[in-house]
Design a protein around this ligand. Structure first.
Ligand SMILES: NC(=O)c1ccc[n+]([C@@H]2O[C@H](COP(=O)([O-])OP(=O)(O)OC[C@H]3O[C@@H](n4cnc5c(N)ncnc54)[C@H](O)[C@@H]3O)[C@@H](O)[C@H]2O)c1
Ligand SMILES: O=C(O)[C@H](O)COP(=O)(O)O
Length: 469
């Protein structure tokens, strides 16, 4: 039995009826062994309240990158132990911290590589408090039985609004005029300053953000073209084009809203800049790998593009501070920062109060439901499995959470074990070679629980097991 299994088992066996906010909450001591902790049932007066299936006070949550207070509140209300840090952590420090936590919450900066995750022996789930999940080694996480959650669209509107602001800022050279006046220079010019009305916006990636942006842009009188690998119905009069080149040839503003994938790496590089209209503007608030920045610098210097707005970079600092965006991080940094009409923002596309608050609630709720009930709805790497709440009024009911490799014969073996009891309800689904079975079994005596666990633990296909009761 791995230490991951042991921990999951111990936590499952340490269940107590721990009611959130209840002064009389019962919690088992972390020093108790699982044999000491007989299941305790809710009293009738507490029936309506949320029930934690084990001692939530034992759950350790590590939150990095200044995750919103809404999330911290939700976790603390559950009784979890929460460690909150404002910044990301260097690899060595993260390895130390992640060793004994059950859930970790990150944003876009923290890389959860296989090398880090292999130390996370107790980790049950990861919360990406953002849209992107490319910072997590999803393959490793899946094969280690770690569910990953994100917030797929809570900050889409914030990004779309930033891009609208930047389109006008670029077209009117507002950034340069502002910098000049900050240093006392009055430079009233109209040369190469444009209205956006009647111009064409080319959107690369017409997903949550791209499509929101499309609606806002049309309201300002822009024509919208979009390129996407999937055929998508255009909103308003926006028109999908069949090739990236067609979009590049015909757009005055080109904005990227695609995920970081091998296909989107350097999607805008020298040939694509060459294909753009003279004096086009380029915007990227997706991922730093999508635009080849040295090629962008060359295109700008050659007069091919008239300006750019970048919110994301191939390498980004792990924390705020003066001087952290430098040539050590990205070798072209000083050259880029010296150019006019290039708006540079520190990955703030989704950084609004509204977005962060909504993301905090959404991801913390998903993690809590997964930890307490096993519900994987909304997970990016697990099959979505859910059952109605476990009936804690029923004596001797146990919820079995069994994550396994999706190979033939597993369900037969598992149900052979479970069918010694009354299987009240069961749900199973698979995704990319990994399957997840959730079952509530009744008539399980205290002495049977370890037996169920041991038998499931011996199955070849097992990745991880939790028993909630
Ligand atoms: N700057 C920020 O703060 C910020 C905030 C939110 C999201 N983002 C990033 O923005 C990106 C887009 O987010 P979203 O929510 O709109 O994603 P989404 O998944 O809703 O949409 C992405 C779209 O890109 C398309 N696509 C994928 N590969 C493509 C390719 N090779 N060519 C053309 N189209 C392709 C998809 O079909 C999809 O329609 C993500 O990378 C996300 O991480 C950045
Ligand atoms: O993926 C995202 O949602 C964005 O890149 C925002 O990331 P952040 O939470 O680190 O600002």
């Amino acid at each position: 039995m791995s230490s991951h299994d042991i921990n999951n088992l111990q936590h499952s066996f340490r269940r107590a009826v721990n009611l959130s906010g209840s002064p009389g909450a019962v919690s088992t001591s972390p020093t108790q062994s699982f044999m000491d902790t007989l299941p305790r049932r809710m009293s009738a007066s507490n029936k309506a309240k949320a029930l934690k299936p084990f001692s939530t006070g034992d759950m350790k949550i590590l939150l990095l990158e200044n995750v919103n207070a809404t999330a911290v509140d939700i976790f603390r209300e559950q009784g979890y132990q929460v460690e909150f840090l404002k910044s990301s952590l260097p690899e060595e420090e993260l390895i130390e911290k992640i060793k004994d936590v059950h859930a970790v919450g990150i944003r876009s900066k923290t890389r959860l590589t296989a090398n880090i995750l292999k130390h996370a022996k107790n980790l049950v789930c990861i919360g990406c408090f953002c849209i992107g999940t490319n910072q997590v080694d999803l393959t490793y996480a899946t094969n280690a039985g770690i569910a990953v959650f994100n917030s797929p669209f809570s900050n889409s509107r914030s990004v779309a609004e930033l891009i609208i602001g930047e389109i006008i800022t670029l077209a009117r050279q507002v950034g340069d005029r502002s910098i000049e006046l900050h240093t006392g220079t009055w430079n009233k010019v109209s040369n190469k300053c444009w209205e956006v009305r009647g111009k064409t916006l080319g959107i690369i990636g017409y997903g949550h953000i791209g499509s929101q942006l499309s609606v806002l842009a049309e309201a300002m009188g822009l024509h919208v073209l979009y390129y996407d690998t999937v055929t998508i119905m255009g909103l308003g009069t926006a028109r999908q084009v069949p090739t990236l080149d067609e979009l590049l040839n015909n757009s005055d503003f080109i904005t990227c809203h695609v995920p970081a994938t091998p296909e989107t790496k350097n999607m805008l590089s020298a040939p694509q800049f060459a294909a753009m209209k003279e004096g086009a503007y380029v915007l990227n608030a997706s991922r730093g790998t999508v635009v080849d920045i040295p090629a962008l610098i060359q295109a700008f210097k050659a007069g091919k593009i008239a300006g750019a707005a970048l919110d994301v970079y191939p390498s980004e600092p792990g924390k705020n501070g003066a001087g952290v965006f430098n040539n050590d991080l990205n070798p072209w940094a000083s050259e880029l920062t010296s150019l006019p009409n290039i708006i540079l923002t520190p990955h703030i596309g989704g950084s609004t109060e509204e977005a962060q608050s909504a993301i905090g609630v959404e991801v913390a709720t998903s993690l809590t439901k997964y930890i307490n009930e096993g519900t994987s709805v909304g997970s990016v790497n697990f099959p979505e499995v859910s059952l109605r709440s476990l009936d804690y009024d029923e004596e001797n009911t146990v919820r079995v959470l069994y994550i396994h490799h999706n190979v033939p014969g597993v369900l037969k073996t598992v149900n052979n074990v479970l069918s010694n009891h009354n299987i009240e309800k069961q749900f199973s689904d698979s995704k990319d070679g990994v399957a997840y079975l959730m079952a509530d079994i009744c008539d399980v005596n205290q002495s049977d629980i370890k037996d169920v666990y041991d038998q499931l633990n011996q199955t070849d296909a097992k990745i991880s097991i939790r028993l909630l009761y």
